[in-house]
Structures are given as C-alpha cells and as structure tokens.
Write a protein that binds this ligand. Structure first.
Ligand code: HEC
Length: 272
C-alpha cells in the first residue's frame, strides 16, 4: 500500500484526463495515436509492441530485457502449451488451424452475441471435445502458443457489428473511468502518466497494450494472460479485480486492442 502511494505521488497526477468525447472508434484511434506521437516523437510506431521498453528513459531496462529475450524464460511453458495444443487437437476448432488469426481477436460472435477472446475459444474447444476447461498458467501457456503462430501479424479488428460497437463503448468507458480507493483510471497511468518513473518502473503507453500478452513476468514466475495483468492494475489502485473473461475485461481488452490497431503481435513476451 505504501509503495502504491509513493508511486502515485511520484506521478503527480491531480486532475486526471477526461474521457474523449469522440463518437466513433476510428476518430478515437486517430486521437490516441496522435497523443503518443506528440509525447514521444522519437519512438517508432511498431516499437510500441514492446511495452515500456519502447520508451525514452527505459534504455537500461531495455538492454536487460534484450539479454533475457535471448533465452526467454517462457520457452518451457510455451513448449508445454504446444504439447497440450497438439495432444488435444485444438487446431481443428480454429480457422486456418489457429495460424495467423490471433490479430483478429477479440471478435464478435454473432450467434452467442458476445465478444470472444482466444482464452474463451480455447476452453470452448476443449468443452466440445468433452475435456475439462483449463485455467491460469496452463490457459496462458496454450494461449501463448496459439498467439505465437500469429507473431508479426498486425492487429485488425472488425467493429462493424452493432453489438461490437456497444462493447467497444463499454470498454472505453472502463478505461477512462476512475476506480478503486485511490481513484485512478487506466488512462491516468497509461496515457497521461506514460513514460513516467514509478517505483523503479516506467509506465508503458496504452498504445501497444495486449500485443505482447500472454507475457512471462519475473514477478509471477510464469506466463500470465492479459486479464491477469488487468487484475494486477486494478489491485494497485485498490479496486476489485475481476475474473478471467469477465464481461468488463473482455470489453476492456477489445478497447485496448483496437487502440493497438496496426501493431505487430509480439506474444509471448517477457516483462519484469
Ligand atoms: C497506478 C497506475 C496504474 C493504473 C491506474 C493502471 N496501471 Fe496498468 N500498469 C501499471 C504499471 C506500474 C505497470 C507495469 C509497467 C508497465 O508496463 O507499464 C502496468 C502494466 C500494464 C500492462 C502491461 C503492458 C505491457 O505491455 O507489458 C497493461 C496491459 C496494463 N497495465 C493495463 C492497464 C489497464 C487496462 C488499466 C485500467 C484497468 C491499468 N493498467 C491501470 C500501472 C497502472
């Protein structure tokens, strides 16, 4: 708690940022990108896929990270994810055998009228095969394997369904709304606070969020899903963390991923 308070004080954010009033996603996207371009003129667009290591001031961290990525700590988990994928013939449930499709997630399921994530689809596939659902590290590892087959593909979501647009608006609201005892929005830290030092860390830009996940975090000692990361960020401001694939997190992931349109997928990755 004390650490968080010091962290927030260091940020020096008082008023926070207002929810952008744009009425359509394409305009939101333009505004979001323009903000970072102005804040970090030297950072190349594709670099945002690398989280905080893309940002000025993170050079020492980045050197450390590049060294770690030579022998990534997630290799073993990724191999296990691959074995699980093959043993359960998960490829049969996905278009193109699951290859080069992760850039289109999350997507709108017309039949079920809901936003679907890779994690949900993996468990749905298992269910159809009469198998038990998987959770936590195992779910992250299998998701990481599937996403690894789409590495380098650029994020491209289809927001044309009215239900998808509504979900997008919900996710956007979640992102910009203050929450928790400390009353912080995602945007306070990752838009206005991006690039600032807090507790030995540099706050990543919201641009690029999700494209490197599942990620292996030294703190976790394992691969974790993007929703696990959201839980951590909620807890930091003393807000209630939500469940993997809860409606709010799926819609939040949709908003964040759409804001990363055009960026190459780098998952799995490593984060400190
Ligand atoms: C009090 C500040 C704070 C708030 C508020 C906050 N985060 Fe974070 N977040 C962090 C810190 C610190 C990290 C680790 C360093 C980094 O990567 O930014 C992080 C990391 C992340 C990452 C990982 C990025 C990557 O590529 O490694 C994502 C995604 C993320 N946050 C999303 C969110 C979302 C969504 C919200 C709102 C629900 C949120 N954060 C709210 C501080 C915050």
């Amino acid at each position: 708690m004390k650490k968080v308070l010091i962290l927030l004080a260091a940020l020096g954010i008082v008023g926070g940022v207002p929810l952008p009033a744009q009425a359509d996603p394409a305009a939101d996207l333009k505004e979001f990108r323009a903000f970072y371009k102005k804040r970090f003129p030297t950072v190349k667009f594709d670099e945002y896929s690398n989280g905080l290591y893309a940002l000025p001031g993170a050079e020492a961290r980045r050197a450390e990270w590049e060294l770690i990525m030579e022998f990534p700590p997630y290799e073993l988990a990724l191999e296990k994810g691959k074995q699980f994928w093959e043993k359960n013939k998960l490829a049969s449930c996905f278009r193109n055998g699951g290859k080069n499709i992760a850039q289109n997630y999350p997507y709108w399921d017309k039949k079920k009228k809901m936003v679907r994530t890779i994690e949900l689809d993996i468990n749905d596939c298992l269910k159809r095969k009469g198998k038990k659902p998987i959770k936590k590290g195992k779910l992250a590892a299998v998701t990481a394997y599937m996403k690894s087959m789409s590495r380098g593909q650029r994020v491209k979501l289809d927001l044309s369904a009215p239900g998808m647009r509504k979900a997008y608006e919900e996710g956007k609201k979640f992102y910009w709304a203050k929450r928790g005892q400390l009353n912080f929005a995602c945007a306070d830290c990752h838009v206005q606070g991006a690039g600032k030092f807090v507790g030995g860390n540099i706050l990543s830009a919201g641009l690029g969020h999700g494209v490197g996940f599942p990620a292996y975090r030294s703190k976790w000692g394992s691969l974790g899903t993007i929703h696990r990361r959201y839980r951590g960020c909620n807890k930091q401001v003393r807000a209630a963390p939500l469940k993997q694939d809860s409606r709010a997190y799926r819609h939040l992931e949709l908003y964040e991923t759409y804001m990363s349109t055009g960026l190459p997928l780098t998952a799995p990755s490593q984060r400190f």
